[in-house]
Design a protein around this ligand. Structure first.
Ligand code: ADP
Length: 399
């Protein structure tokens, strides 16, 4: 955190008030960005809390809107971040931006040690009402702020730790620690976008129908996202208690894989190659196995450049069939490789691409329910190899 303090209201290249938004969810950044444009603010949006100090140093803002949601990458550190900002820049207002009722109540009451240290200038809850959002922001930007206060026990704001390390134990386990609150956060995220975009559409509908239509297109995108999430949450609920029912049949995995590939290839030019021995029969639920393959293919397609090749190979190794899906996409950073199978975990490289973070977790449980396995065999920034292994049908074993 830079220690220099600005005493005059900062001015950027334009005379518009400059607002820094810290928000890791692209759809929410987008809707807030549109609102700020409309209201004559200049703004920058960053996803990573570790970049806050650098962003302030680059161009001191008139206000910071700081997300603080369970499940978001910054949740564990938002209070400390707000306190650190307040210490280094006492006159810079920070607004809490959250869907977490506990944090809202604590910040509004302002009586806990950490809320005193954070000294939020206001709270915006998600989903937000546009008029309230803008009024809170305007109030924060227009009201001069004094230096950090001490609380009545004489504890200085400086006692709060500054910018704890991302990737610490809390960050590593949030995905499993509080599944319910993360699920609620994940559902509220598209809802916040839907609500914001609907309000934008209402504002534009008479004077700028094209912009209203654009906002409504985003509403549809987010509605689809919510629907996907609900489907995945239902599957996750079933797999987590082992209650996923399987309609078991003996079938040819090569044929089933070819069909799933066909369903996943939408472009005119085929980009997925498939190699398979003559016949590989397994016993299992063809629908659920297709779901696992579909998830691996969907990821391989989503997380690589359009048109880059994807190779699928079906092989027999001992008593099992293995399907290996190789892509040449963004890959998974080394220190995140184990975590991609945890519920809701999404890597730092894929934030901009829509996903629920549940597919691999569900797929692994489905493979396990078939007495099989699913793992990430290798990954670099040149691509990944995911492998699913399933036991061969009894009839084929020992041949
Ligand atoms: P999602 O719906 O987010 O794709 P998944 O559970 O299928 O959920 O995957 C979890 C995360 O693992 C993804 O969000 C992405 O960050 C990472 N991931 C999965 N597959 C790949 C891949 N083929 N290449 C790079 N990253 C991947």
């Amino acid at each position: 955190m830079a220690t220099q303090q600005h005493t005059t209201p900062p001015r950027g290249p334009t005379d518009k008030p400059w607002v820094l938004l810290v928000e890791d969810e692209p759809s929410i950044s987008k809707v807030v960005g549109k609102l700020l444009d409309e209201e004559g603010y200049d703004h920058e949006s960053i996803a990573d809390h570790a970049q806050i100090a650098a962003a302030i140093a680059r161009r001191p803002p008139r206000c910071i809107i700081l997300d603080s949601d369970p499940g978001s990458s910054g949740h564990e550190r938002s209070w400390a971040d707000a306190a650190a900002i307040r210490r280094a820049h006492p006159e810079l207002p920070v607004l809490m931006f959250t869907a977490d009722p506990g944090s809202i109540a604590e910040a509004r009451a302002g009586t806990s040690a950490r809320s005193k240290a954070a000294g939020y200038a206001g709270v915006i809850d998600k989903p937000f009402l546009v008029v309230e959002f803008l009024a809170t922001l305007k109030h924060a930007v227009d009201t001069p702020r004094g230096p950090g206060r001490r609380d009545n026990r004489g504890i200085a704001a400086e006692a709060i730790s500054m910018f704890p390390e991302l990737g610490g134990p809390a960050a590593a386990t949030w995905g499993v620690a509080d599944f319910f609150s993360v699920a609620v956060h994940e559902l509220r995220t598209p809802l916040t976008s839907i609500d914001g975009q609907t309000q934008l559409a209402q504002r534009f509908i008479a004077k700028e129908p094209l912009r209203a239509a654009e906002a409504l297109a985003r509403v549809r995108e987010q509605t689809k996202r919510m629907n996907r999430l609900i489907t995945d949450l239902l599957d996750q609920a079933r797999v987590s208690v082992g209650a996923l029912s399987l309609e078991v049949a003996t079938f040819d995995l090569g044929v089933a894989t070819a069909i799933t590939i066909g369903l996943n290839e939408h472009e005119d030019v085929p980009r997925i190659t498939f190699t398979t021995p003559a016949s590989v029969r397994i016993q299992g639920d063809p629908e659920r196995i297709a779901q696992v393959l579909g998830n691996l293919l969907d990821n391989a397609i989503k997380y690589s450049a359009p048109g880059s090749p994807i190779d699928v190979a079906l092989i027999v190794a001992g008593n099992e069939a293995q399907i290996r899906v190789t892509d040449h996409g963004v890959g998974v950073p080394d220190d995140e490789r184990d975590r991609v199978f945890a519920p809701f975990y999404r890597t730092s490289r894929t934030r901009e691409i829509s996903g629920t973070g549940l597919g691999l977790h569900i797929s692994r449980r489905i493979a396990e329910q078939h007495h099989g396995r699913l793992w990430l065999e290798s990954s670099s920034d040149a691509g990944s190899v995911f492998v699913v292994a399933l036991p061969l049908a009894e009839e084929r074993r020992g041949r």
